[in-house]
Design a protein around this ligand. Sequence first.
Ligand code: GTP
Ligand code: MG
Length: 257
Amino acid sequence: MKTTMGRPPTARRGQLAIATAMSSAATATLLAFPGRKHAVRPKLAEALRYHRLPERLSESLLREAADWPDRDLTDLLACMLAARMCLSPIDLSKARGILLIGPSGSGKSAVAEKLALRARALGRTVDCRGAAESRALLQGGVWPEDRLTILETEGFNPTNPKAASAFGCLSDIEGVEAIGVVSALTDAEDVGEIVAALRFRRVIVTGLDQTRRLGATVAAATAGARLAHVAYGPKSEDALDALTAPALARLLLQATH
Ligand SMILES: Nc1nc2c(ncn2[C@@H]2O[C@H](COP(=O)(O)OP(=O)(O)OP(=O)(O)O)[C@@H](O)[C@H]2O)c(=O)[nH]1
Ligand SMILES: [Mg+2]
């Protein structure tokens, strides 16, 4: 006679399998919930620390992340960034006057060349002026309609409050859009303060090819101005990209060392 000793009958085997699965699922849930709540925070905290984000922004992101223990971290960070930033690339087929404003050496002339190259590729006539000529043109206040005029201000020292307020007024000139240019190599707290103090409505971040740390880029994108582009490289043909919140989240969470 065939013995079934040691093996439960088929029906009982099925019940046992379900019970085992349920109990491991329950154990998994019990283990996963508190664990995941804590698992998200250290990974996010490590990434934000590595990239040197401004302290208040980091704290706010970490606080918010703690409420979403079940969400995929990249997805969650993308959503949190999307709620804080607005992507708004320059429409070079329509723009008439662009005035680039930024601290000394932030990359205004390089950005002007990049924009001019791309606008010409769209068939636009482009007039690119250096700082001295730009000042004269701004005083005249006449904007030819048939072309794109790209101007830049003189560089300034952002720690000089007078300079910041003088350049801040340029954001209000009619017919020309003032766009802030800041470097990804600048301290993140400083970048946030510059963008806010100069009341930039749009901002371009340069020098992303020169740093692995994205704190200044995140600060620029979340300080109240819309993010137009990020620049990778000094030459006019080097990339001038649009950086979306999901792409920024992925970059922030990539290997941090
Ligand atoms: N690697 C790299 N270098 C850049 C980038 N943008 C600008 N540069 C370099 O940074 C330096 C300063 O750039 P400029 O475009 O002259 O800066 P600016 O804001 O016009 O400077 P001022 O007019 O003196 O205030 C130059 O050597 C550029 O080639 C970039 O995205 N990546
Ligand atoms: Mg210049």
